[in-house]
Design a protein around this ligand. Structure first.
Ligand code: PMP
Length: 282
């Protein structure tokens, strides 16, 4: 398929980025992943707004207008004839001599690719997944969407080795978020809990949409940290991300939640989110 390198469309096999790129040497890069359904970008505007926020947070000036970035996304989707999947965009500081101090005149590197993938109907959404909890080992600014994903990747690997599909990070006894998603639990009183925003979690675009949709459905959503014990004894649990939407969690640290099947609150919320996605397709 086609990829974008610095604004140019090139075949994936011919894409080149310098090994002196600070994205490679320092993980000095930010990224976004926007879901595509029926060749339509879902919630593109908030993804773009978060990209600009991440760029500001690391002092990176983005030399592209919103319109240019949107056109690149749309053109990549149509060139690759992508029906369902996602577009990945990464901006790194650029290439230069290796120096911890940042040269403010570097030209940022832009790299984009698309990936076909089922998102509307998946077996994880149908059956639910198992998670384990692991100590929070990432840096203190999880609210910035940087490409420094090694701790998240190692946590996911640990989950896999333990026979689970994801890991939820724990800091000071409370869950922050999943390795690549925001974590939610449902209490016996049918309240929905998810971590409040701040430096400790990524402000998920899907998290924001799900909170709004859940409240519209009459659920009480409380944004606060919850403990591992609260999670293990929850009635239901689920996580959210742009490419996974909402996925039910049926087991945490070996503790089965209720019936071990996706629960009614999750089902209602996933259905509302699918409507939210469909409403954006022309
Ligand atoms: N937290 C982390 C650490 C993530 O990597 C992601 C996925 N990018 C999310 C949360 C979910 O964010 P979004 O809903 O915007 O995909």
């Amino acid at each position: 398929g086609w990829v974008v390198v610095n604004g140019d469309f090139v075949p994936a096999s011919e894409a080149c980025i310098s090994p002196f790129d600070r994205g490679f040497l320092f993980a000095d890069a930010i990224y976004e992943v926007t879901t595509v359904v029926s060749s339509t970008l879902i919630d593109f505007d908030p993804h773009l707004a978060r990209l600009r926020r991440s760029a500001r947070a690391i002092g990176l000036a983005l030399p592209w207008e919103d319109h240019d970035l949107q056109t690149l996304h749309k053109d990549l989707v149509s060139r690759n004839q992508l029906d369902e999947g996602y577009v990945y965009l990464q901006v790194s500081r650029g290439a230069g001599l290796r120096d911890f101090a940042i040269d403010e005149h570097m030209t940022p590197t832009l790299f984009m690719f698309s990936q076909a993938r089922s998102v509307m109907q998946t077996s994880d959404a149908q059956n639910g997944i198992k998670v384990i909890t692991v100590p929070e080992t990432r840096w203190a600014h999880r609210d910035i969407k940087t490409a420094a994903l090694l701790p998240a990747s190692l946590a996911k690997q640990k989950a896999k080795q333990a026979g689970a599909q994801d890991a939820w990070f724990v800091e000071d006894g409370r869950i922050t978020e999943g390795s690549s998603n925001n974590a939610f639990i449902v209490t016996k009183q049918r309240e929905i809990l998810t971590r409040d925003l701040g430096q400790h979690v990524l402000p998920g675009i899907t998290r924001a949409a799900i909170i709004r949709l859940a409240e519209e459905q009459g659920y009480q959503v409380i944004e606060r940290g919850f403990t591992v014990i609260e999670a293990e004894s929850a009635t239901e649990a689920f996580f959210t991300s742009a490419t996974a939407f909402a996925i039910p969690v049926v087991e945490i640290n070996g503790h089965q939640l209720s019936s071990g099947k996706p629960g009614p609150v999750f089902q209602a919320i996933r259905a509302a989110y699918l409507d939210h996605v469909r409403s954006q397709i022309p």
